[in-house]
Design a protein around this ligand. Structure first.
Ligand SMILES: [Zn+2]
Length: 130
């Protein structure tokens, strides 16, 4: 019954502090990247004839779809930034602290969204300032 000293040597400090968080953030990051890489296919335009739409209607709907796609992409990019920030904080050891006031972020909030950067007070303040 001898302990293997190599186990300690390979232990990653990040895994010790927030292994599950790290993995959760990474797998979400992969999903977001994949969604961003997925090419937008305007299959709609080829279907529009079958739906009996006028050309103008079809164009307007295609335009709306493009704008929805753009908006969706912006959301994904925003999310990617947030995840990267959270991973940076995880690496630097400041993960779990509010990026604004340094207060400890509630566990329930982190469990709900591991990429959250602000405590409930700062978050509420930002929401009301909008
Ligand atoms: Zn705060």
């Amino acid at each position: 019954m001898s302990a293997n000293p190599n186990i300690l040597a390979t232990e990653n400090p990040v895994d010790r502090n927030g292994g599950p968080v790290w993995h959760r953030l990474h797998s979400e990051r992969e999903d977001v990247c994949e969604a961003l890489l997925r090419e937008f296919r305007p299959s709609f335009e080829s279907q529009s004839g079958a739906r009996g739409m006028s050309k103008e209607e079809a164009m307007r709907t295609a335009d709306w779809l493009r704008r929805t796609e753009k908006w969706h992409r912006e959301l994904l990019q925003e999310r990617l930034c947030k995840i990267d920030d959270a991973l940076d904080r995880l690496m630097s050891g400041s993960y779990g602290n509010c990026s604004r006031c340094g207060r400890w972020i509630e566990d329930t909030k982190l469990a709900f969204d591991p990429a959250v950067a602000f405590c409930i007070y700062c978050w509420q303040r930002m929401e009301t300032n909008h």
